[in-house]
Design a protein around this ligand. Sequence first.
Ligand SMILES: *[C@@H]1O[C@H](CO)[C@@H](O)[C@H](O)[C@H]1NC(C)=O
Ligand SMILES: *[C@@H]1O[C@H](CO)[C@@H](O)[C@H](O)[C@H]1NC(C)=O
Length: 375
Amino acid sequence: MIPCAPVLLLLVLPAVECDRLQISGDYFTKDGSRVFLSGVNLAWVGYATDFGNNQFAARKSSYERFFKELHESGGSSIRIWIHVQGETSPLFDGNGYVTGLDSSGTFLSDMNELLGLGQKYNILVFFCLWNGAVKFDKEYRMDGLIRDTGKLTSYLQHALIPWVKSVKDNPAVGGWDIMNEPEGLINTQRSSNNPCLNATHLIPGGAGWAGRLYNYEDVQRFINWQVDAIRQTDPGALVTLGSWKAQVNTDEYGSHNHYSDHCLTQAGGKAQGVLQFYTVHSYGKRFDNLSPFKHQKSDYKLNKPLMVGEFASKNGGGMAIESMFQYAYGHGYCGAWSWSATDNYEGDAWETQKRGVASIRNNSDASKGTVHFTL
Ligand SMILES: *[C@@H]1O[C@H](CO)[C@@H](O)[C@H](O)[C@H]1NC(C)=O
Ligand SMILES: *[C@@H]1O[C@H](CO)[C@@H](O)[C@H](O)[C@H]1NC(C)=O
């Protein structure tokens, strides 16, 4: 437990003022001490139908149960999927331009209620905006934002920037993950002598499984512009990208980091549109050779923190869930989020995940980070 300095608010009301989550070198800090982000992916209660258009009212009690039980298990962070592929938010016009966050105007109050749960149960919320792991059925939505910078600009102006403005001072905001596994939609046929753009090395790993729709520069620009908009609106915001495997996030082992500052700014041209930390996922009956569960963070030679943002013992190289959390804690990563509270087909049962989170709840090694901290 890291105490924060007590301050006096409005003469009489005692309050506690904590610093927001920050980054120092390759780890997170909170109120001056190293912390380890332990938690889960929720990632949704109703897939793509949780926020905006009065949808959260019917979801809130389920969200509250997961927040409460995560807190009781000793977790302090959670990853939540918001737009997915644009099914119910943001609001698009008939030409694929974004005109707002949702049609009935509840999106921002839904976010506020969600963050209220974070404050109540001491849990940092990480918003995952988009999903690249499946092929959508409404291609004029997310697809248009990736291909057309005019449409992307309409999203930034009418949805993302108002959203960031509305939540940026809330202590339960942990950070932003622009897109889940863009590699599902990467065109792996694209060969280039520019290593940021050459995707052929990802063919053996199975990238492009959902459809080979986009060249890397399209995805990198999509990311770069959104990070820039978030960081221009809230310069202290922490932004990441939930990549599918470490293969796309390191220049070591003959691989390439497609989300480096260089690759993102080269594609999008916005100097502030770079990530503050990296996130990789890892699944496998047997883990691939670059899995974070076969390495330590320093092996990847990254100049930013590295989060293990999705994993499950069900598909976890034979490891028990407790061993997976302990491995992530012990090998230099900045946090661990198991998959997922509601998707128990791909992921572990909720009770299993709570055991994993609970197994590291008291960890407080100064060189690895304290698991328990106060928002
Ligand atoms: C793209 O990467 C592959 C695998 O690393 C490499 O063999 C190929 O030569 C590269 N393409 C170009 C045009 O350099
Ligand atoms: C953590 O600490 C609590 C309170 O002291 C204790 O009940 C619990 O067994 C501990 N858990 C682990 C995994 O060490």
